[in-house]
Design a protein around this ligand. Structure first.
Ligand code: ADP
Ligand code: MG
Length: 219
């Protein structure tokens, strides 16, 4: 479903962030992308999200050549297919939980009743219903992450990308995130988690741990 074909990403000053990546992620798979800081994990995620384009090679998602999409279509692709869980939650502190979660849906001009159904589904799924009208700035770190995850799931994206999701969490909340991950997997999402947290390396519901080192996949 997600195919990297001879993909390289080279930044200014000849910095090779990714070098000739060839890999395929299947639909419904949960992949852990493992690697030390600077190895190229975030760059791989941003290519899948069409936030950046490869310098060389192709990225194919569901038979769409997303590396060739003009910017406007790249953002539509992202809106309709990708849920991104950032290390920083990118929430708006002065808005309520509910208003933060529905943000990605606003450009769709959906019927309010249908939107309410989607909102209630993710509020329940990520156990944040009771905080629905609370301003995000008044939530704990773990609650804020659940809001961010709910937001990334509201459009039922086929693909979930999580970049260092436990980097700012203590052990208890990290374990909670693992449970959330399991839940998203059972909702049949294709999930890629970029992390160097060992917690993810031996989970029985992870399909594959892919290691990346200096922009290359370790085989
Ligand atoms: P990771 O997420 O594994 O820590 P990244 O994908 O963020 O690694 O970065 C891989 C390499 O590419 C690093 O050397 C990083 O400094 C470099 N890099 C990432 N993004 C940019 C950018 N926008 N401009 C220049 N260099 C970048
Ligand atoms: Mg990173």
């Amino acid at each position: 479903m997600i195919t990297f074909k001879n993909v390289s990403k080279i930044f200014a000053n000849n910095l090779v962030a990714l070098e000739n990546i060839n890999i395929n992620f299947k639909e419904g798979e949960l992949i852990v992308l493992k690697g030390v800081s600077g190895s190229g994990k975030s760059t791989m995620l941003s290519l899948i999200a069409a936030l950046q384009k490869p310098t060389v090679g192709e990225l194919i998602v569901d038979s769409n050549h997303i590396s060739k999409l003009p910017d406007h279509f790249a953002s539509l692709y992202r809106r309709d297919n990708i849920g991104f869980i950032f290390q920083r939650y990118n929430l708006i502190g002065t808005m309520s939980v509910a208003d933060n979660i529905i943000l990605p849906m606003l450009p769709k001009n959906m019927d309010e009743k249908l939107l309410e159904i989607d909102l209630n589904r993710v509020l329940k799924m990520f156990n944040i219903e009771h905080k629905r009208e609370t301003l995000v700035k008044n939530l704990s770190g773990g609650e804020q992450q659940r809001v961010a995850i709910a937001r990334s799931n509201i459009a039922s994206p086929k693909i979930i990308l999580a970049d260092e999701p436990t980097a700012n969490l203590d052990e208890k909340l990290s374990l909670e995130f693992i449970e959330i991950l399991k839940e998203m997997k059972s909702a049949n999402r294709t999930i890629v988690v970029a992390t160097h947290d060992p917690l993810f390396f031996s989970l029985d519901f992870v399909d594959r741990v892919v290691e990346i080192h200096d922009g290359k996949i370790v085989v």
